[in-house]
Ligand binder design. Structure first.
Ligand code: G
Ligand code: MN
Length: 302
């Protein structure tokens, strides 16, 4: 079996690969996810699965993040020159959120006009751990105050919970690639995806589908009102030079406003349901309590 690389990691060549994210509304690239890639001196790539778990266990991940964050800011500056509104997602671990260094670094990049807050998105996985610390919560709020979006990664797996989603300032959820991949296999998975999209809608957060490997899955998500897609069917992660070429070419995938009409329709139905529920409740209640019910249902709508 392959061994994880031994320390020091610094002897390895590190870089980011970028996987494009596509807007369902326009069919165009909105940005991408930055994925860490390590190369051995012989040129062989080391899969993240081999070094990240060890780095997390030893706490070394925070050093990696600090070094790579600086590199990423340079990369984003290059990409911004081509597309000023580009949005690059960066994965951080719950460990990275314990200390204020992440916020400090990002604040300085923004202060120096190297990047705009809108150019970077922070993806957090294993949010179960995030839940437990006030310190982490404070870090996330600092990032939001800077104008940076926080994404819950791997939504639909054991690590991401509904409870955490509602308590922390996430502005998007990223559907797990396993859930997305199995979507067209049976109707249960289809319902899981649809109801996740609806949940996000009700919480007013954006949705990104990861692991879109076929046209069928792409089209289904398009019709269901998902906001963005990422996956092998459109593009694999690639070195920055290739990503730059692609951004220049402005490729276009299928797009439609249909999903957004679907959204509006679902919202309308659920609004009607709430009105009917309220009326029904009122007929069953003492008029003295009506005002309270009205107030409660108004709160729900805003
Ligand atoms: O969960 P996270 O966002 O960290 O996952 C990103 C990983 O998913 C990357 O390593 C990327 O290579 C992989 N990936 C991206 N798109 C696809 C896809 O369509 N299918 C599969 N199997 N993996 C994908
Ligand atoms: Mn991710």
């Amino acid at each position: 079996p392959p061994h994880p690389p031994s320390f020091p990691y610094t002897t390895l060549f590190r870089s980011f690969h970028f996987q494009p994210k596509i807007s369902f509304q326009t069919g165009l690239i909105t940005g991408g996810e930055a994925l860490l890639r390590w190369k051995r001196p012989d040129g062989q790539l080391i899969a993240p699965g081999m070094f990240l778990p060890l780095a997390e266990k030893t706490g070394f991940i925070t050093d990696i993040t600090a070094v790579m964050m600086t590199e990423l800011a340079q990369d984003i500056a290059r990409l911004r020159a081509l597309k000023p509104d580009i949005q690059i997602a960066f994965n951080v671990s719950a460990l990275d959120l314990h200390s204020p260094y992440l916020v400090k670094m990002l604040r300085s990049f923004i202060g120096n006009h190297l990047i705009n807050p809108g150019n970077i998105q922070i993806e957090i996985t294993e949010t179960a751990f995030v839940d437990q610390s006030e310190r982490i919560r404070a870090t996330l709020l600092d990032l939001v105050a800077l104008g940076i979006e926080i994404v819950m990664d791997d939504f639909g797996t054991g690590y991401s919970s509904l409870d955490v989603l509602s308590q922390l300032p996430f502005s998007a959820l990223k559907l797990d690639q396993g859930v997305v991949g199995r979507m067209t296999e049976d109707s249960k998975n289809t319902h899981i995806v649809r109801s996740s999209l609806q949940l996000a809608r009700e919480l007013s957060i954006k949705t990104i589908a990861e692991g879109v490997e076929t046209e069928a899955v792409y089209n289904f998500l398009l019709a269901s009102g998902c906001n963005e897609a990422q996956g092998f069917w459109m593009a694999r992660p690639m070195p920055i030079e290739d990503f730059i070429t692609m951004i220049k070419e402005k490729p276009k995938w299928p797009s439609s406003e249909l999903g957004f009409l679907y959204n509006a329709w679902v919202s309308h139905l659920s609004y009607r349901r709430k009105v009917l529920d309220t009326v029904y409740t009122m007929t069953m209640t003492n008029p003295d309590e009506w005002q309270q019910i009205g107030r409660a249902s108004c709160r729900e709508r805003v």
